[in-house]
Design a protein around this ligand. Structure first.
Ligand SMILES: *[C@@H]1O[C@H](CO)[C@@H](O)[C@H](O)[C@H]1NC(C)=O
Ligand SMILES: *[C@@H]1O[C@H](CO)[C@@H](O)[C@H](O)[C@H]1NC(C)=O
Ligand SMILES: *[C@@H]1O[C@H](CO)[C@@H](O)[C@H](O)[C@H]1NC(C)=O
Ligand SMILES: *[C@@H]1O[C@H](CO)[C@@H](O)[C@H](O)[C@H]1NC(C)=O
Length: 959
């Protein structure tokens, strides 16, 4: 069975984002095995971005296509004929069409009406037609000059190719099916289209741009025993003259649509109909829903039709609109290779596992496209991002309404916290630019969520309805339209915004910037006023570059007071305007009661408070009534405190006080982000050998009750997926911290490998056990691992990434000096030829993830400078990499070491001095962070942890 995460596209989208963040962490010597990392599918949005921004000038606009397709599966080709009815939109004599080079044009014939379109069609002379060699364009030059408004009909005969290597254009695929009558397995073949984004030109010459909408009359020839489905129902079927094995399906004319929306499929699948009915709407007969799949798979789809009807009824009701067609087919496509479901109007193609999944988010998300994305479509591809974000928001909101358990309370937390981390960086997206587009969609989705709160659900819904109803008049919308309609509806409902703000003017800064604000709340307990200030949120040092950091936003300020803890009325009390850095508001709470600003993450921003309010919050959260504050808000308070402390805006004592309530916390929603924070802060603290074990001991005291009582040490069947995930996170931390039961288990598993007669044939130990053994196990155990890396068979089926994992853990896990020195001896002094340059790079950068590693590497480098430089100095990239790893300190002591080396090297005229000089500049920032924060962390931990619990191993005595 597939894991829930693999099935759920929502999670997939988030995970692509997280995946990359996590990958970065893994490279930085983090070994958290996160189940989200399994999913690597991207969505097709990056394809959208490849679309040319300019549009070709065209003088001829089609309004109807009559398209005949006759596929030949014997040789994977098809014969096509398209009759394009259109009109001149400007004067001219050239008609520009899009046609892929795989289309072979056989014959072109043009007929036109007289100037004022009165007389019957007359043949128009063609001067020439040509298929552009370089571009997929087909131009027809007519002998005559045509004036605006004149109508013509193009009639083009051509052939084309069916692809079997991918699921784009007109494609074919085969699968094995059982014929039950004979109990034989036979190969079954099907043909289908996937024309999104610009693949329509692989099927027929056309104008392949979304705004060129036309009606389609489709005629498809198919074998008699198969079925053809298209956007609209079959209007008539006729036998092909002279061939009684072939039938020709003539489909009803479609409403106006873009070329990419056209779809058909020829297959011998079976269908299931729902027992529930889609409610009739707008006086039409009810939508006919059918779910299709190959016969052997049909039983997995049994529950799908009624699920679809339930969702369709919800959506119809929410939008107060039908999809604009009389039928909807959902097809489970065997071996479907497209990155996401193909949401053609009236005919949707899914991966089998995707359609059969019992989860609803993905089905809701894809079905929403029947309205927003099919019934009405983005005017240009650049408007598609808003479309995606709106659908994603609606899908999440609706999923929470239909089945609150599915999102496990994590929406929108996962999305949002990733954004806080990325936007809080000195240079967002500097490491992985590819996630910027994912992040932008996530941002827009959260902006919709913000308006859903600030306008209220009912008004927001009316805005979406108006958007669809109005856009349907032209079948298309621009990205900004949704904001404008929300604003119209806002005014109609007398919701006022200060300073002539509009929904669109509020949204723009939130969407356009890769930053979020932080709001600082200072309560003046004497006057009873609250002072609110906005600034750009940064977790890392301010960029030195020329990025303007004076951004401001219009920020909805919702305030909940302890005097009246109501989390259902969350409309903003005021807006902090983008023209104001700061504003004052009456404090709704009495002096001894706390306030919470931005509960439930209504806006995308962290909130800082005065110390007194933080203390009030911390105390309340440790009390019996803490669950009056919803889990998402509890998570936010904790998360904000830590991130703000991390950023240096409050002292760590406050953040650590905010963790005290975790002893009693049972909600995974609160716990889950905490693991990321342990990781971030832990990394910083690791550099101080004496503080880190205390930190581990403290976290252990919080985690132990959760792990033992809440989660249970062993997985239960049918437990929710968050539980499995949390147990993994908890166990991972515990193992790394030296939790005895875990180390024992790991060693036992590892022993199997050590006792294997042929240990280089394969590794019987699960990855999760390897790091604990290398960290807490004996020298012999570690050495055994090293030998496995050295003797790792080359050119075998065993994957090299197994070896990479081994190298990373060998270098990144141990804290024991002897292990690390041994690794350096083997790779540098012995110059063991089994280690390539990239191995060395990997080992050293991993080593530098811990201070022990960095110190040893640095000392080693200094001690063996000549020999090391001789070995690697000529390879500039590698050498600089080694220098960078060896100097990745963050304490004053480390800085002094580097500074000493710098002077030494400079005296000797070594060019490496320049590199060291740059490194020292960066080091200064880190050293400052430590000087400012670590004493406070150390003191706080010392006063809260008596001694390292005996359940945890200690390095000095037992390694
Ligand atoms: C493919 O097969 C069809 C039917 O036999 C035939 O008419 C057509 O010419 C063939 N095409 C090619 C490129 O061989
Ligand atoms: C289309 O198919 C024909 C015949 O199989 C082949 O010769 C031709 O190269 C193909 N064209 C493209 C663009 O794949
Ligand atoms: C159509 O155009 C012709 C010639 O351009 C003109 O003589 C005729 O009156 C027009 N007919 C109408 C109905 O406008
Ligand atoms: C074009 O195709 C149609 C239908 O397939 C056919 O009737 C007609 O004869 C073809 N014309 C030419 C010139 O090939």
């Amino acid at each position: 069975m597939l894991s829930r995460y693999q099935i759920n596209t929502k999670m997939r989208i988030i995970s692509v984002f997280l995946f990359i963040l996590i990958i970065i962490n893994i490279i930085k010597a983090d070994f958290v095995p996160n189940e989200r990392t399994r999913s690597k599918k991207s969505i097709d949005f990056n394809d959208v971005l490849k679309q040319p921004a300019f549009r070709m000038p065209r003088s001829f606009k089609p309004y109807n296509y009559e398209l005949e397709i006759h596929p030949y599966t014997i040789n994977d080709t098809f014969r096509g004929r398209v009759q394009i009815f259109g009109a001149w939109t400007s004067d001219g004599s050239r008609i520009k069409l899009d046609a892929d080079h795989s289309l072979h044009i056989i014959h072109v014939h043009v007929e036109c009406l007289s100037p004022n379109n009165t007389k019957p069609m007359e043949v128009a002379g063609i001067a020439q037609y040509e298929h552009n060699d370089k571009k997929p364009e087909f131009n027809i030059d007519l002998e005559q000059w045509f004036t605006i408004g004149r109508k013509c009909k193009l009639d083009i005969n051509y052939t084309g190719n069916i692809t079997s290597s991918e699921s784009y254009g007109l494609f074919t695929n085969s699968f094995l099916d059982t014929k039950h009558e004979m109990q034989r397995t036979i190969v079954s073949t099907f043909i289908a289209t996937h024309l999104r984004l610009d693949n329509a030109r692989k099927l027929f010459p056309c104008i392949n741009e979304p705004e060129y909408k036309a009606t389609f009359q489709l005629i498809v020839t198919r074998p008699k025993h198969m079925i053809c489905r298209a956007n609209t129902p079959v209007y008539r079927t006729v036998e092909v003259p002279g061939n009684s094995n072939l039938m020709r399906d003539i489909f009803e004319r479609t409403p106006p649509m873009s070329t990419y929306q056209l779809a058909f499929a020829i297959f011998d699948f079976k269908s299931i109909s729902p027992t529930l009915l889609v409610n009739p709407i707008e006086g039409q007969s009810p939508l006919e829903v059918k779910v299709w799949g190959r016969k052997d798979f049909l039983s997995s789809l049994e529950k799908v039709p009624n699920k679809v009807v339930t969702i369709m009824n919800y959506l119809q009701n929410y939008f107060n609109y039908s999809i604009g067609l009389s039928k909807l087919d959902l097809v489970a496509m065997p071996m479907y290779g497209a990155t996401r479901a193909s949401d053609n109007w009236g005919l949707m193609f899914f991966k089998e596992s995707e359609l059969s999944s019992p989860l609803i988010w993905n089905t809701v998300y894809e079905l929403i496209y029947q309205w927003i994305g099919q019934h009405v479509t983005p005017y240009r591809w650049s408007d598609a991002q808003i479309n995606k974000a709106l659908n994603s928001f609606l899908a999440s909101k609706i999923t929470v309404d239909i089945d609150p358990n599915e999102m496990e309370g994590k929406w929108p937390m996962t999305l949002l916290y990733s954004l806080y981390y990325e936007f809080g960086k000195t240079l967002p997206f500097s490491r992985v630019a590819g996630i910027r587009h994912e992040a932008t969609s996530a941002k827009i989705e959260l902006v919709f969520r913000m308006f859903n709160y600030t306008l209220g659900e009912k008004v927001f819904q009316k805005g979406v309805q108006k958007f669809i109803h109005e856009s349907a008049k032209n079948h298309s919308f621009y990205g900004n339209d949704i904001f404008n309609y929300l604003d119209t509806v806002r005014k109609e409902n007398n919701i006022t915004l200060p300073n002539d703000l509009t929904i669109s003017s509020i949204a723009a800064p939130w969407i356009n910037r890769d930053r979020v604000p932080i709001v600082t709340v200072n309560r003046d307990y004497e006057t009873g006023n609250i002072n609110l200030t906005q600034a750009v949120f940064l977790r890392e040092p301010r960029p030195t570059s020329n990025e303007k950091m004076s951004y401001q936003w219009d920020i909805p300020i919702t305030i909940t007071s302890q005097n009246n803890l109501n989390f259902s009325q969350l409309q903003p009390a005021l807006w902090l305007s983008k023209n104001d850095l700061t504003t004052t508001h009456k404090d709704p709470a009495s002096k001894d009661k706390f306030i919470i600003v931005n509960p439930e993450e209504i806006g995308m921003f962290p909130v800082n408070y005065d110390l007194c309010n933080w203390n009030l919050l911390s105390e309340f959260l440790q009390g019996p009534q803490r669950e009056i504050i919803p889990a998402l808000t509890r998570a936010k308070l904790l998360h904000d405190a830590w991130n703000i402390a991390y950023a240096g805006n409050i002292c760590f004592k406050v953040a650590l006080n905010m963790t005290l309530f975790l002893k009693n916390e049972t909600s995974h929603v609160v716990w889950e982000p905490f693991f990321t924070m342990i990781d971030h802060v832990g990394r910083k603290i690791q550099v101080l050998g004496h503080v880190y074990p205390t930190f581990e001991a403290y976290v252990f005291s919080l985690l132990e009750p959760l792990y033992k009582n809440q989660l249970g040490e062993t997985p239960q069947t049918d437990e929710p997926s968050w539980k499995t995930h949390m147990r993994g996170l908890a166990k991972n931390f515990l193992c790394r911290a030296g939790y005895r039961p875990c180390i024992k288990e790991a060693k036992e598993q590892y022993k199997k490998w050590m006792e294997d007669n042929e240990p280089d044939k394969g590794n019987p130990v699960a990855n999760e056990y390897i790091c604990p053994v290398f960290r807490w196990g004996t020298m012999e155990e570690w050495e055994f691992g090293l030998q496995r890396a050295i003797n790792f068979p080359k050119n075998t089926e065993r994957k090299q990434n197994e070896r990479t994992y081994l190298l990373k853990t060998l270098a990144g896990c141990p804290l024991d000096q002897r292990k690390i020195e041994r690794l350096l001896n083997v790779t540098i002094l012995d110059q063991n030829s089994n280690f390539t340059d990239s191995d060395i790079q990997l080992i050293y950068s991993t080593l530098s993830g811990s201070t022990t590693g960095t110190v040893i590497l640095f000392d080693f480098l200094v001690r063996h400078w000549t020999i090391t430089k001789e070995a690697f100095g000529k390879k500039e990239h590698l050498w600089n990499g080694i220098i960078n790893s060896a100097t990745s300190f963050s304490t004053q002591e480390g800085y002094d070491r580097v500074s000493q080396l710098y002077e030494d090297r400079q005296k000797k005229g070594d060019s490496v001095a320049a590199v060291l000089g740059d490194i020292m500049v960066d080091l200064e920032e880190k050293v400052n962070w430590h000087n400012e924060n670590l004493p406070a962390i150390g003191n706080w931990l010392n006063s809260h942890v008596k001694k390292r619990p005996s359940a945890l191993m200690t390095l000095s005595t037992e390694s």
